[in-house]
Design a protein around this ligand. Structure first.
Ligand code: SF4
Ligand code: SF4
Length: 289
């Protein structure tokens, strides 16, 4: 195991940033001049953070702990949870993509749809790249969502959930809190995708500058806003929160055929609730601020 040493977390951040700065990789178009994702944000959390166990109680009973996920890739090793670090990142949508989707009222824009499909492939490539880069340092690592056993389920109590949630990993790693629509509001906004890798190394955890899991959301902090609900064409967001089933049915029933017909590829996205809202590109200010 690589022990605490200065510079390791900085090295990981540099690997992630350099990969996303590569215009030949981070692009949705033939022209590599336009980035698919803006500059990432990176956070770290310990494998023994009590939040990993708490997550199973409150949100996702089948969610793996970091140790459980790591053991699937490295069954001969049995590191203690404290020997593992979860490296989490946020890939923010670009201003061009956000602006385009902001103007939509029923279906995602072309850039947004391409980012959700082809941009997510870049996110997966980043996971593979980071695991390989850590291996060069002698650090064993795994990307949990790329494990063969990674899966989704639909439970009566929690609705759709998965064996590893990138947004919850980002929340535990100090990168943001949840909004009324279930999206994660980060310092760079809610219009983003997250990714993570678990590594056998120790670096200081990123402080969580919040005390509740919904602190950055205006509805949860002051009872106001609800802009994401107004943006949702499926009526899937109410004061009670995000109806995952309604959202799923809208996307599978209407959006996927729309993308195929109008944009010419098999895509899955929507994201109207992530744009044209006060939390789109940053933590929204309350009236007091
Ligand atoms: S749009 Fe408003 S209510 Fe919805 S998540 Fe953002 S801050 Fe919360
Ligand atoms: S992704 Fe689309 S359908 Fe789902 S909650 Fe957001 S706006 Fe509504």
């Amino acid at each position: 195991m690589v022990n605490i040493r200065s510079g390791l977390s900085r090295h990981v951040e540099d690997v992630i940033t350099a990969f996303m700065d590569d215009g030949g990789v981070n692009t949705l178009w033939q022209d590599p001049g336009e980035r698919a994702w803006a500059r990432p944000l990176v956070g770290f959390s310990s494998g023994d953070d009590p939040m990993w166990e708490a997550l199973r109680e409150v949100a996702d009973p089948l969610h793996w702990t970091p140790a459980e996920a790591f053991a699937q890739a490295w069954p001969d090793m049995q590191p203690g949870p404290a020997e593992l670090t979860v490296i989490s990142w946020v890939l923010p949508q670009t201003e061009a993509t956000r602006a385009e989707n902001r103007s939509q009222t029923a279906f995602p824009s072309l850039r947004w749809a391409r980012t959700r499909t082809f941009g997510e492939e870049i996110n997966d490539r980043l996971k593979v790249h980071l695991v390989a880069s850590l291996k060069e340092l002698g650090v064993e690592a795994v990307a949990p969502t790329l494990l063969p056993n990674f899966s989704w389920q639909n439970s009566p109590r929690f609705g759709f959930s998965s064996t590893w949630s990138e947004r919850h990993a980002a929340f535990i790693s100090g990168l943001g809190t949840f909004g009324l629509c279930d999206g994660l509001i980060t310092p760079l906004g809610k219009a983003m995708r997250a990714g993570s890798v678990i590594a056998r190394m120790r670096v200081p955890a990123t402080p969580r500058p919040y005390t509740t899991h919904t602190q950055y959301c205006l509805f949860h902090s002051s009872g106001a806003c609800m802009k994401c609900a107004q943006r949702c064409p499926a009526g899937a967001i109410t004061e009670q929160g995000h109806d995952k089933e309604k959202c799923f049915n809208y996307i599978f029933g209407l959006v996927i055929p729309y993308i195929k017909e109008h944009y010419g590829f098999d895509g899955y996205s929507c994201g109207l609730c992530q744009t044209g809202v006060p939390c789109e590109a940053g933590i929204p200010a309350t009236k007091k601020e």
